[in-house]
Design a protein around this ligand. Sequence first.
Ligand SMILES: Nc1ncnc2c1ncn2[C@@H]1O[C@H](COP(=O)(O)OP(=O)(O)OP(=O)(O)O)[C@@H](O)[C@H]1O
Ligand SMILES: [Mg+2]
Length: 237
Amino acid sequence: MESSIIEVANLRKVYRIGSEKVIALNSIHLTIQKGEFVCLLGTSGSGKSTLLNMMAGLEKPTKGTVRILGESINAMSEKKLAKFRQDYLGFIFQSYNLLPALNALENVSLPLTFKGISKQVREKRAAKLLDAVGLTSHIKHKPSQMSGGQQQRVGIARAFAANPEIIFADEPTGNLDSKTTQEVMELMTTLARKRNQTLIIVTHDREIAKFADRVVRILDGNIDGITLQKETIGVVE
Ligand SMILES: Nc1ncnc2c1ncn2[C@@H]1O[C@H](COP(=O)(O)OP(=O)(O)OP(=O)(O)O)[C@@H](O)[C@H]1O
Ligand SMILES: [Mg+2]
């Protein structure tokens, strides 16, 4: 389909530890549309992170393919894949993964240094994003000088800085209280919507799943069901 941005076909991942075999993903088929907000929902060990990591090209599947923007990421060399990730993909982690020695502004502008953008433009863009996440007063703060929610907002600003087509987030609110979780979810949704970016979030929390357009339930390495919550496909604003 013309507007599909990610196509997962026959995806399988088997981990081997000695003689033990874990089928983390059985045979996954999934198509995600541009601008969609998809939630991968499931209990611990169901295979959510494995699926996200394969879709983001962070891990190699045992079988099957992932196509992003029409290109098979499995066929790419490591070098090409790294460049592809830099150009099109953004990541938000549960543990924030900010660089401790850098302040908020530097953390957010870092992904832009690889894009050949001048320091002045980088910092201007980073400051604008930090403003969008409500952290104008904290641009000089280092991660250790911020709360968990503030650090995650920096993490969100950083993921959006390079304006990626797709943003992947694995339990992005896993370390936050319920009020901050709501704020962070609303922030991610609003930012992605505004720019028609595709958002894929892994969670075990049904409250978080409520924000998504579509919920893909994962059970024992399989898709157990898909619920369409909001119609985004074919909607033109
Ligand atoms: N590197 C690995 N080596 C061996 N087994 C692994 C590895 N990574 C994941 N697994 C196994 O694959 C299965 C799926 O793991 P995965 O991390 O995808 O689950 P999850 O749904 O993200 O769980 P959680 O909610 O706890 O993060 C689990 O049984 C896990 O033990
Ligand atoms: Mg996980």
